[in-house]
Write a protein that binds this ligand. Structure first.
Ligand code: MIC
Ligand code: SF4
Length: 638
């Protein structure tokens, strides 16, 4: 068996991998972050369960930490009180970024982790099957319910050789992205194997697993081996180690080999993480901003490497450099070994240990800027500046370029490799309620400021609907297009308010149009091209459209997490049976969805007529998914 098969087999509660399209797995650990967490816990509350039923559930506050206005602080208080009541561990704002912290303090080889954040697969670096999902799926898991995944196909990414100096894990995952792209990988698990795995430390493995999210795979996983053992021991968690290796002769559905020694520095050019070019081809390009950090590259190894590049030097005058570390542990280590002083002296702006710039909530670049960033997504406008071009790079490329303000090749002046620390300084003081984890404290009063609005519930699916195409979008529409974050992030707990910004970057009139249709008894339909709903796990990209009366999406293809979110909020996820039918529908077209309910109950096929002709759509739903859609969403189905 492969590593993924072993862990899945040990957690299988529904379905047979040999026969069924969908598997139900038991979830051992959950994580939430504040931007998706308020909704997840509101939904958990409405399930009427007395306490969480997982081994470990952690609520992190790392996204909305800017606190302009009362909204973020209201959310934090709500999350803190909910955590205390239901037995969730609460990680206070300032402690660090959820995925880095979870890897350091909780991630356990051989277990399953479900997180309401698409980069939860970071845990694959420590040998977990770690999966990103919508908040309501995490709420169900906290209540002891199974999580469902498409029966996976498993691809071995065989690593050989050893990375050269100035080349690092980010270049490995950018190489994988150049091969497999950001679409067409739905349902796959990428399993890293081969002799090169042993040359990568756990944070490097985590970087690679993290950006598997950009491939659109279910998750990525590394074996749990001697390197994992050493990392856990250095975190004071030797007892959490279990060895999990693939069996000799384990069979994979596909294999792709990478020779680490032949890799060169790579970057993802605007506006997709799959748009890979060599750093060499961009050498000398003027750079305005360099941002280092995010859950992809904010470990001690990453930031210490940057310090080694900048030691005794200063960043170029015409470039701004910001650094956000992944956790307090990382900062404490950098303080102790002198790196923090090096970075300050070099003129870097040291930011809070949080998502910040990665989600457009801090340090948006100037108009038309070239910004090199070590994070994982460079979708247009995500940085907060629509005209900026974001290039995703390794910490090495970022640091080398900071010195001249131009794109530089880090391999030309490499620094020493940072060894894995023998002992990490452990300080869990900002993880609250560990003593009552899993039990909770009865009678805790939940704090609900005015930003905490109730969760809307869907209605049962109608048999036939008068409908209108509310928007016709193109290929690779991300959830950042559907439900922007950045300055809008603070409305996450208030659906009527947040819904005002659905499709803001594509069609600012979308909200008003939808509400007018809804008032006139007309259902809204979203039409899109390939790979609809790429990127983040934010269920708001389904929940807010549901609130606006969207009843169906018809796309050429839909990404896994977003498809599940649509179902969870009672929106039928149709795909065109013939992709050419996309040309037969325009924004504003009116049509009738006759026999919609019957179609969902049956084989999912629906034919409807637009002014340009007949459209054949199909929603391939499992029995479980049909039930949810027919009820009007997961909450309504419980
Ligand atoms: C992101 O990187 O886009 C986010 C913000 O972390 C999202 C979650 C969210 O929208 O709150 C994700 O990746 O799932
Ligand atoms: Fe935070 Fe960025 Fe990671 Fe999302 S991708 S969890 S915003 S650091």
């Amino acid at each position: 068996m492969t590593v993924a098969e072993k862990i899945l087999a040990a957690h299988l509660v529904e379905g047979d991998p040999a026969k069924d399209r969908e598997l139900g797995i038991k979830i051992d650990q959950t994580l939430t972050q504040d931007a998706t967490g308020t909704m997840a816990y509101l939904q958990f509350e409405s399930m009427g369960v007395a306490r969480v039923k997982t081994d470990v559930s952690v609520s992190y506050v790392d996204h909305n930490t800017v606190q302009i206005g009362f909204e973020n602080a209201d959310d934090h208080d709500f999350l803190q009180s909910i955590a205390r009541k239901y037995g969730v561990i609460y990680s206070k704002a300032g402690n660090g970024i959820c995925h880095q912290l979870h890897l350091e303090r909780f991630g356990k080889p051989g277990t399953t982790l479900l997180g309401s954040d698409s980069h939860t697969p970071t845990g694959g670096g420590i040998g977990q099957i770690a999966i990103g999902a919508g908040g309501i799926d995490v709420a169900v898991a906290m209540a002891g319910g199974a999580f469902h995944i498409p029966t996976p196909k498993i691809r071995a990414i065989v690593l050989k050789g050893r990375l050269g100096k100035g080349v690092s894990a980010k270049d490995v995952i950018l190489k994988v992205l150049s091969q497999f792209g950001t679409k067409g990988n739905v349902g796959w698990i990428f399993e890293y194997t081969g002799p090169g795995v042993a040359t990568l430390d756990v944070p490097s493995r985590a970087t690679i697993a993290n950006m598997g999210a950009e491939l659109g795979v279910t998750t990525s996983v590394f074996p749990s081996d001697a390197v994992t053992r050493q990392f856990l021991a250095a975190q004071g968690r030797a007892k959490d180690f279990t060895e999990i290796l693939p069996d000799r002769g384990a069979k994979y559905d596909d294999t792709f080999t990478i020779d680490l020694s032949s890799l060169e520095p790579l970057m993802a050019a605007p506006h997709s993480p799959g748009n890979i070019v060599t750093v060499k081809s961009m050498k000398g390009t003027k750079v305005n901003q360099i941002m280092i950090g995010s859950c992809t590259n904010s470990s001690y190894r990453d930031i210490r490497t940057v310090a080694l590049y900048l030691k005794g030097r200063h960043v170029a005058d015409d470039v701004e450099v910001g650094i956000a570390c992944g956790s307090r542990q990382v900062v404490n280590m950098l303080a102790k070994d002198g790196s923090l002083a090096i970075l300050h002296s070099a003129g870097c702006r040291m930011l809070e240990n949080a998502c910040g710039f990665c989600i457009g909530a801090h340090m948006s670049p100037r108009t038309g800027a070239v910004s090199l960033r070590t994070n994982n997504r460079n979708f247009e406008g995500r940085s907060g500046t629509k005209s900026a071009g974001i290039y995703l790079v390794s910490p090495e490329t970022a640091a080398a370029s900071a010195l001249t303000g131009r794109v530089e090749l880090p391999t030309e002046h490499p620094v020493a490799r940072v060894p894995s620390p023998r002992k990490f300084p452990v300080d869990d003081a900002m993880f609250l309620y560990r003593a009552t984890a899993g039990r909770g404290v009865r009678g805790t009063e939940i704090v609900r400021g005015p930003n905490i609005a109730p969760v809307p519930k869907g209605e049962p699916l109608a048999d036939s609907l008068k409908a209108a195409c509310a928007i016709k979008a193109g290929d690779k529409i991300t959830t950042d297009h559907i439900m922007p974050a950045g300055a809008r992030l603070k409305y996450r707990s208030n659906i009527p308010e947040y819904a005002k910004f659905v499709f803001e970057p594509c069609d600012p009139g979308f909200h008003d149009k939808c509400l007018a249709n809804k008032a006139a008894g007309i259902a809204n339909v979203i039409v899109a091209g390939e790979s609809y709903g790429q990127g983040s796990s934010r269920e708001h990209a389904a929940l807010c459209p549901m609130y606006l009366g969207v009843k169906a999406v018809v796309a050429k293809s839909i990404e896994r997490i977003h498809r599940a979110n649509l179902i969870n909020f009672g929106i039928v996820p149709f795909e065109f049976e013939n992709p050419e039918d996309y040309g037969k529908i325009e924004a504003g077209d009116r049509f009738e969805l006759k026999g919609l309910r019957k179609a969902v109950e049956g084989d999912g096929r629906l034919v409807f007529k637009t002014p340009k002709g007949e459209i054949r759509a199909v929603a391939r739903l499992s029995g479980r998914e049909k039930h949810i859609v027919l009820c009007g969403g997961l909450l309504a189905s419980l």
